[in-house]
Design a protein around this ligand. Structure first.
Ligand SMILES: [Zn+2]
Length: 684
């Protein structure tokens, strides 16, 4: 989940305030009597969640009824602020429950999630489509210029108003029924799409001669494609993967993964329904609607960003192709390189030229050294220090708790939960038990942040030793944590990591640059037995391994991003044959036939089901930003340049209280350039 994680719970906040004491056996109904008002995990039992969720929804409903039925004319205080601070108990129980259901899961927690999810979604819909509430917010919004609001208040009002409009609150009465119908149809089609992909993926498995099996799960499929010397077998398994849900089957012995779970008609419907919904909301295309809420703002900006990288990346990919073609020609004179050969020869070449012995790297990246390295970077940039606390409440004995200090004063609490356990899902992520903000009386509420990873466990005679990828993951998630910890905002919905999707990965990805910089590596990557700093030769090997294969990886990512944009910039309803559409899109950009889009349309879940529709570009967009941001430090000749660090800190402190692109320009003094990213990828 590195780089993509941003679960809903991260946006949840917990407000310190009064709760009624009606049921003292349920800890959610009384104050946390703990240091820093950390949730008292030891007292929370699974049976407490549902009553707390129900009560939380009821209370918020009552709060909203009170706003709507207020006989006084709508004001910023009695409407916008009252709504912003409503739902306190609900957020409190939600943040604890959803955070713990990711790292302390159980059948009981799953059952609660199943029960509560539709209730929460109906509750949110009731608010989003509450016409009387919107009318009051709109009344305040319409007189915003005469209210004497400060910039942060103005931002809150604007974002709140826009949020309702984006959710359909402004849709004319004559179109409301259709709008709701579109939402329902889209929701049901995305579900069918996802189920088809899952079933198609599970439907295929092939017995291999050695008794093992290859499946279409990426962790099994990819190593197979990288190592299987039997070319015909590679072709067959490659087709099984890439023909999934396409309705066609390119290989003999047709498999159900292709034909039985056909997603092509669903794509046709989804793209057209999303266009219609965007039109009802007043946007020419679905992409225009999505991007209006992002930094990129317009499809033209997205295409520009992607095409800036496309040319240089394609050039490198062609060089890679020529190498692999030569290797194939040696093996099979006259044969032409095909997509199912790429991973095989790429891996073969990597092993020959760039392989790094894991056993040589890991001793320099003991978990504690890497964590201390990340803390050291935060100390040198922002003056933060970290004190481990074993006396504070914790949800699992494996989770380590750090008090984060600026000088003598506590900035926030950071939980770091590093190792796998049965109750934890895979991946790595950052989230919040409580986001920084100020309460209605103006008191600063301190953030309580959580970083969760799945790193190799220590053994009796060896500490946890990370590979380089895992070290980057630690810095990455720690970067998200800094975004939450340094937040200095008033309103919960604008604070910390509550920023647009194409901005939220900047604070995390930029930290990876310090992790991999030779100068910084020398400071933290020390051999766990001898204490010796990592040798230059090994640093160089790591760097070379990182740029290897970038042509392919960048091209397949960009191809998928452009395909996404092509679907969602259609301006007219039309019949779509996804396979033909995709082919035309790929021909238009000159993709070479040895590479295909990272995801083919019929199983491209990001853009049809998981919320990256007109958003797959953001991986590239943020990479441009993080490389460009770090370049400022590199150019200055001081990786811890205090002046730049102060400016970047301002960006981290500001959350979404200021248009993020303005924050970026204020830090960098200019618009981001793709040059630093191209340089990092070895494409300059
Ligand atoms: Zn991330």
């Amino acid at each position: 989940m590195k780089r993509t994680l941003f679960i809903a719970a991260a946006a949840l906040v917990l407000l310190a305030g009064c709760k009624d004491k009606k049921d003292m056996s349920n800890p959610f109904f009384s104050e946390w009597n703990t240091p820093y008002e950390i949730p008292d995990f030891s007292r929370i039992k699974t049976e407490h969640y549902m009553p707390a969720f129900r009560e939380g929804m009821e209370r918020q409903k009552a709060e909203i009824d009170a706003i709507v039925n207020n006989p006084e004319a709508p004001t910023f205080e009695n409407t916008v602020l009252a709504y912003e601070y409503s739902g306190q108990l609900l957020r409190e129980v939600g943040s604890v429950f959803f955070n713990l259901s990711e790292c302390e899961n159980s059948p009981e927690m799953e059952a609660i999630a199943e029960e509560v999810t539709p209730l929460l979604s109906a509750h949110e819909d009731d608010i989003a489509l509450n016409a009387a509430l919107f009318a009051r917010i709109k009344a305040v919004y319409d007189q915003r210029e005469s209210l004497g609001l400060n910039p942060e208040q103005m931002r809150l009002l604007t974002e709140q108003y826009k949020g309702f409009v984006r959710g359909g609150a402004n849709v004319p009465a004559s179109q409301q029924a259709r709008f709701r119908q579109l939402n329902e149809q889209i929701a049901s089609l995305t579900l069918q799409f996802a189920q088809n992909v899952l079933k198609a993926t599970n439907a295929y498995s092939k017995e291999l001669a050695d008794g093992t099996k290859v499946t279409l799960d990426m962790p099994t499929w990819e190593p197979f494609m990288q190592t299987c010397p039997d070319r015909a077998l590679r072709e067959e398994v490659w087709h099984a993967f890439t023909d999934r849900c396409s309705g066609t089957c390119a290989t003999e012995g047709s498999n159900r993964s292709s034909t039985e779970y056909d997603n092509t008609a669903i794509i046709d419907k989804l793209v057209n329904l999303r266009l219609e919904r965007a039109n009802i909301l007043g946007f020419p295309t679905h992409a225009d609607w999505v991007l209006d809420d992002c930094l990129a703002k317009t499809p033209a900006n997205v295409y520009q960003c992607l095409m800036d990288i496309w040319g240089p990346a394609l050039k490198v990919a062609k060089q890679e192709r020529d190498i692999y073609q030569r290797m194939l020609s040696n093996d099979e004179p006259g044969a032409k390189l095909q997509p199912w050969d790429w991973r095989y020869y790429s891996e073969k070449y990597r092993v020959e030229k760039y392989a790094i012995d894991d056993a040589e790297v890991r001793p320099y990246f003991a978990l504690d050294s890497v964590r201390e390295g990340a803390f050291m970077v935060a100390n040198r940039l922002y003056g933060l220090s970290f004190r481990e606390r074993t006396d504070l409440p914790t949800y699992d004995k494996e989770a380590r708790c750090f008090e984060v200090l600026q000088g003598d004063s506590t900035v926030g609490i950071l939980y770091m939960d590093f190792h796998p356990r049965a109750s934890k899902r895979s991946g790595a992520w950052m989230t919040e038990f409580r986001g920084q903000h100020r309460d209605l009386e103006g008191n600063n509420i301190m953030p309580i942040i959580q970083v969760v990873c799945n790193f190799t466990k220590p053994t009796a005679d060896r500490p946890s030793l990370l590979n380089f990828d895992e070290s980057e993951t630690l810095f990455h998630e720690f970067g998200h944590a800094l975004h939450g910890l340094l937040s200095n905002c008033t309103y919960p919905s604008l604070a910390g990591t509550n920023v647009p999707r194409d901005f939220v990965e900047l604070p995390s990805q930029v930290m990876e640059n310090w992790c991999r910089h030779p100068q910084v590596m020398k400071l933290y990557a020390h051999h766990y037995q001898t204490g010796a700093a990592i040798p230059d030769e090994l640093i160089q090997k790591i760097a070379a391994a990182q740029t290897y294969g970038q042509g392919f990886m960048t091209v397949e990512l960009l191809a998928a991003s452009l395909l996404d944009m092509d679907y969602y910039t259609l301006t007219e309803p039309q019949h779509i044959d996804p396979l033909a559409f995709e082919e035309a899109a790929m021909n238009k950009i000159g993709l070479i036939p040895e590479i295909i889009s990272r995801y083919r349309s019929p199983y491209f879940q990001h853009i049809f089901t998981t919320g990256y529709d007109a958003g797959y570009y953001s991986y590239t967009w943020t990479a441009i930003l993080d490389a460009d941001a770090f370049e400022a430090f590199a150019e200055s000749g001081d990786l811890f340049n205090p002046e730049l660090a102060a400016k970047f800190r301002h960006l981290l402190e500001s959350g979404n209280t200021v248009e993020p692109m303005e924050l970026y320009r204020a830090f960098r003094g200019k618009d981001p350039s793709p040059k630093a990213l191209l340089k990092r990828k070895g494409m300059m």
